[in-house]
Design a protein around this ligand. Structure first.
Ligand SMILES: C[S@@+](CC[C@H](N)C(=O)[O-])C[C@H]1O[C@@H](n2cnc3c(N)ncnc32)[C@H](O)[C@@H]1O
Length: 429
């Protein structure tokens, strides 16, 4: 048998874009497995992986990224709760909500979904959550539903407490949180994957697309198209903003959720009020009343070079946080002019701030002022080179300009940072 380089094999079978893992990741995984099976020649190992399903799975165990935790990207779960309590349940008082978590890794995401649905007032009999992942090993762990405290590193989900049982250094879940969750191993790239499943009202497909090459991403999204019902919600990862006909971004922007739109899709008060009010939607001319005036350049009250910004006093910092949160609320409500001017005021009062520039960039992009958006996002990155949101939005804007190379560059930087920093990274300013 002709040996196929491992990177090509992974590309073909699981859709992996080897560059997304970093330069040496695959080579070091291969070295690790060659040592484990005592194989001295790369060609011989390549042949072994190609012919042995078992060794291929062992290799996947080293290559795949099992990074996940409970309530990761918690805004998504809050939006899910809102959707279920205010829209889905009133429309389906006797129905069963079907949710897909794919990929689900070791189960933290589907169980977080289940706890959120219980919190939204659904009894376990009123919903079913399916978790799917390519790794049998991860699926077996998910079924065991046994975790370490670190899996609950996100704080603030007080409502989840009643479903969590501490047993020594382990954590288990109460029966009602696991009763309606089922798992299956499947490759989302298989054309027959999940063939027998019906449609879902909600699909979580988070933190997979960033690892895939373009064709594989399209295959996975085609699967989502097949499985998600019209009007249903798709949740993507924060580095995976979607530009896809038939999907409309929803607020809050930080939930990275999309409404599957078609003629029957209900109008909802949660979606962005203007279709142009997001960098993610297809460009269309925004209504004039939401188009922000050309904003005057934010005159930096303090020096803008990295590292020499004087930290504000505590009370100032708290006020700043509040006004930034308020600006985001306004942006999420589609009140772009007000959001932009609040950001501007904050910048001129407090000096340069990465997160404010980032939000202003998002707002300008939402309003269609793409040049100004890029300018603000670049300033945000200059102040904080680890600001993933800024990278993600710059990637989208580059994509819109048709600069695929820059788009990929920003996306890869965002993906690298996301892998490195499991906790949401908060810039100091
Ligand atoms: C980083 S985890 C994301 C888990 C979860 N969705 C989250 O956001 O926390 C990525 C998962 O994708 C799975 N995966 C990679 N390629 C896949 C494929 N072709 N089909 C199904 N799952 C895949 C991996 O096994 C891994 O568990």
């Amino acid at each position: 048998m002709l040996a196929m380089p491992i990177a090509d094999l992974l590309r073909e079978r699981i859709g992996l874009d080897p560059a997304s893992l970093g330069a040496d990741a695959i080579a070091s995984a291969v070295r690790q497995r060659m040592q484990a099976v005592e194989c001295g020649r790369v060609e011989a190992y390549e042949r072994q992986v190609q012919s042995s399903e078992r060794e291929f799975e062992e290799l996947l165990g080293v290559v795949l990224v099992p990074e996940t935790w409970f309530f990761r990207g918690c805004a998504a779960f809050e939006l899910l709760r809102h959707f279920v309590a205010n829209e889905w349940r009133p429309a389906n008082p006797l129905g069963t909500l079907r949710v897909l978590s794919a990929p689900c890794c070791t189960g933290e995401e589907p169980y977080s979904i289940a706890m959120t649905l219980l919190h939204a007032g659904l009894p376990p009999t009123a919903f079913k959550v399916d978790g799917v992942d390519i790794s049998r090993e991860f699926i077996a762990k998910a079924r065991r539903a046994e975790y370490r405290a670190h899996a609950f590193r996100n704080e603030g989900q007080e409502f989840a407490r009643p479903y969590v049982i501490h047993a020594g250094d382990k954590i288990h879940l109460q029966p009602e949180a696991v009763a309606s969750v089922e798992f299956a191993a499947a490759n989302l790239l298989d054309s027959g994957a999940l063939q027998e499943r019906g449609r879902y009202s909600v699909v979580f497909c988070r933190n997979l697309l960033i690892y895939l090459h373009t064709r594989a991403r399209e295959q996975v999204l085609a699967l989502v198209d097949r499985l998600l019902e019209p009007g249903g919600l798709l949740f993507a990862g924060h580095a995976e903003l979607l530009q896809r006909p038939g999907y409309r971004p929803m607020t809050p922007l930080g939930a990275f959720a999309y409404r599957r739109t078609d003629k029957q899709a209900p109008l909802d008060g949660v979606d962005l009020q203007t279709k142009a009010s997001t960098p993610l939607g297809r460009p269309s001319r925004p209504p004039s009343h939401v188009y922000p005036p050309r904003l005057s350049p934010a005159g930096p009250a303090r020096k803008s070079q990295r590292g020499i910004v004087v930290p504000p006093l505590r009370s100032e910092a708290a006020a700043g946080e509040e006004s930034l949160a308020r600006a985001r609320e306004l942006a999420n409500a589609g009140r772009l002019v007000e959001a932009a001017s609040l950001c501007e005021r904050r910048l001129s009062a407090d000096g340069p701030c990465a997160r404010t520039y980032c939000l202003l960039g998002e707002v300008c992009a939402a309003a269609g002022d793409l040049a100004r958006a890029e300018d603000c996002l670049n300033k945000a990155l200059y102040l904080d080179s680890g600001l993933v949101e800024a990278l993600v939005h710059l990637s989208l804007l580059a994509h819109k300009r048709g600069d695929a190379h820059a788009a990929a560059h920003f996306r890869q930087r965002a993906a690298r940072l996301s892998r490195r920093a499991p906790k949401p990274r908060l810039s100091k300013r």
